[in-house]
Each structure stands twice: as C-alpha cells, then as structure tokens.
Design a protein around this ligand. Structure first.
Ligand code: ZN
Length: 340
C-alpha cells in the first residue's frame, strides 16, 4: 500500500525560497485557467494537458520554477477541467502555497534533509525518511509553516488482533462499540471555543489560526489513538456508513464536525489494510430499530426517537442500549457481508 507521510520543514530561512516557488506555481495555475477560459470564449480547440505543459514550460525559467514542477501543476488542471468545463478558482496572494513534485526526479533524500533545486531543506524526522518515493509536494500550512508530504509504499506486515467489533459512530460519544464500550468524543472545539471567541473579537488572526490548528491537531491525535487501538485488537471492523457530510449541514453540525467521524473512518480504513484486518462499511439503516437478540423491530424511529436511549424488545424482552444494539447489528451485518 502507498502511504502519505507529512514532515514539517525545519528552517525559517528556506521558507522564502519555497514561497517564491509557490507564487510561480500559482501563476502557472492561473495562466492555465486563463488559456482554457479564452479557448472556450473564442470557440477554439480545448487545450489538453500536453498543450498546457508546452505553453507553461517556456515561462518556467524566468519565473524561477523548476521545469519538473510544470507537469504536476498542469496535468491535474487539465484532467479536472476536461470533466467539468468550469473556471478554476483564482489563486491570489492569500491562498496557501503548494509546490507539487515529481519526487523521483525533483528531490533527493539526504539524512534528515531533502535536496530540492540545489537547496537543503531539513525536516523534523517524525518518522524515518527513507524508501522509494513516488511523488510528493511542499505545502504551506495556515500558520505559514511549510510541510513536506511524501508518498511512499509501505509494507503491510503489522499484526492485527483476533477480535471483531461493530462501531456505531455518534455525536455525544465519538463511537459506541459492540462490546458496550463508549469511546468519548474529545470535543476539542468546545474546549477552545471561549479562547477562539476572544481572539476572533479582537481580530487577532495569527492567534485564531494557531487555535484552529491546535484544535485540528488535538482531534487528529485522539482519533489516531482510538483507530490504532481498534486495529491492534480486532481482525474485523464493521463501521456504520453514517453520512457525515449530511450531518455537517444539520443543526448538530458543530458537534458532527468536532467528532471527526469521517476522519476516524479513513484512518481505520488505511490502518486495517496495513495490519491485514478486514474493514467493512455497513448500511446503518434500521440498525437502531431491530433487536440484536431476536430480530424484531421495536426501537424508536427518527429524530424524535433519539431521546430514548434504552428500550425493551417486545419480541424477546431483552433490554437494549440504543447505540450498543446498533453496533451489534452492524457487526452482524458486517460479518454476513464478509462471509458472502
Ligand atoms: Zn428481541
């Protein structure tokens, strides 16, 4: 499997060079959009990726852009816009910088540093920097820090557990497991929203950005802990396919986004592959209403039914916690889907 790792670029000095490159990338990108827009306005032939690269590579030298960076800039624009003839968003001064790399040619690894365009960029070695790199990019964070993202193949040799677990993603708690365990949502945003409000009222943008970054980092860290533990303990993981984007448009949007349900699922998905575990997304319709012991439909329906956390099955008399029952149902349907 291919995994993308992120390293923070260490020095403040080389950031200037990266910023200059990023500006050139933005210009090339904007130019590509303009060329395509002009072609459409004047009913000219639609420029392909090849045409865009040929046009842009002439200007790469005066702009100080590495010629290898032109192709990874132009090709995605051509692919995206061939499908949908819309004008791409204009990248101005305030949009975050990004320098795509054809990593095999453009950068060279050297200890705790990468060499790009003859300059050494030292990185914080959060994990070893080695192996065959497929592609990557330098990306600017909201706080003006630069990161190096590298895609490299990793071995799928980690051991997975022998257990099975059904996971019902929620809002109040991050998830409820079929074992009855409750994984608490860290509610990072709610922890910091007072400080955030103060900073926003005072229009202190750097502080606001720092707080948002801190919240996102804390949330991601918590989710990594949960997902790693689940994959280490279990060989089969069945998760409900909650529509997280849909929830983010409802009245509970803040809690839904704060819980980070989609992020947890994507972490579980890739970690399961790496550990050789089975990851199954299960349709969660009816899972809250069907009794996990006898299969009768007795639970409350809809949003009004959400207040009822516990119910007694009219078929077999079993007492159910709404979320645990749902998680067990998810595990059972996941197991059936896996056996099929
Ligand atoms: Zn029952």
């Amino acid at each position: 499997m291919v995994l993308t790792s992120q390293y923070r670029v260490k020095d403040a000095g080389p950031a200037r060079h990266l910023e200059r490159q990023a500006r050139a990338v933005k210009r090339v990108r904007n130019d590509c959009g303009e060329v395509q827009h002009a072609a459409r306005c004047h009913d000219k032939r639609w420029p392909s990726a090849f045409d865009l690269i040929r046009l842009a590579s002439g200007s790469s030298k005066p702009r100080g852009l590495h010629s290898d960076a032109v192709q990874p800039v132009c090709t995605p624009i051509a692919i995206a816009r061939d499908a949908r003839h819309e004008r791409p968003r204009w990248l101005g001064r305030n949009s975050l910088g990004r320098i795509p790399l054809q990593a095999a040619r453009a950068i060279r690894l050297d200890g705790d540093a990468v060499i790009f365009l003859g300059r050494r960029y030292r990185v914080w070695l959060s994990r070893p920097l080695e192996g065959r790199i497929l592609c990557g990019c330098f990306a600017e964070g909201a706080r003006g820090r630069w990161y190096l993202n590298l895609q490299a193949p990793v071995a799928q040799d980690r051991a997975c557990g022998t257990g099975e677990v059904g996971i019902d993603p929620g809002l109040k708690s991050l998830a409820r497991l079929s074992t009855g365990e409750k994984v608490e949502a860290p509610r990072r945003y709610r922890q910091h929203d007072q400080a955030l409000a103060v900073a926003q009222r005072a229009a202190r943008q750097p502080r606001v950005r720092a707080l948002h970054t801190k919240i996102a980092n804390c949330r991601r860290h918590g989710l990594h802990e949960v997902s790693s533990r689940l994959v280490r303990e279990n060989g089969r993981i069945c998760v409900g396919n909650v529509n997280a984007q849909g929830r983010a448009r409802t009245a509970v949007a803040k809690s839904a986004l704060d819980a980070g349900c989609s992020q947890l699922r994507s972490q579980l998905r890739y970690k399961a592959i790496r550990h050789g575990a089975e990851y199954i997304e299960v349709d969660e319709r009816l899972t809250t209403q069907v009794c996990s012991a006898c299969g009768a439909r007795g639970g409350r329906q809809g949003r009004e039914g959400l207040v009822v956390r516990e119910w007694i099955c009219c078929g077999c008399g079993a007492r159910h916690d709404r979320d645990v029952n749902s998680a067990i149902n998810l595990l059972v349907s996941g197991r059936n889907a896996g056996l099929r």
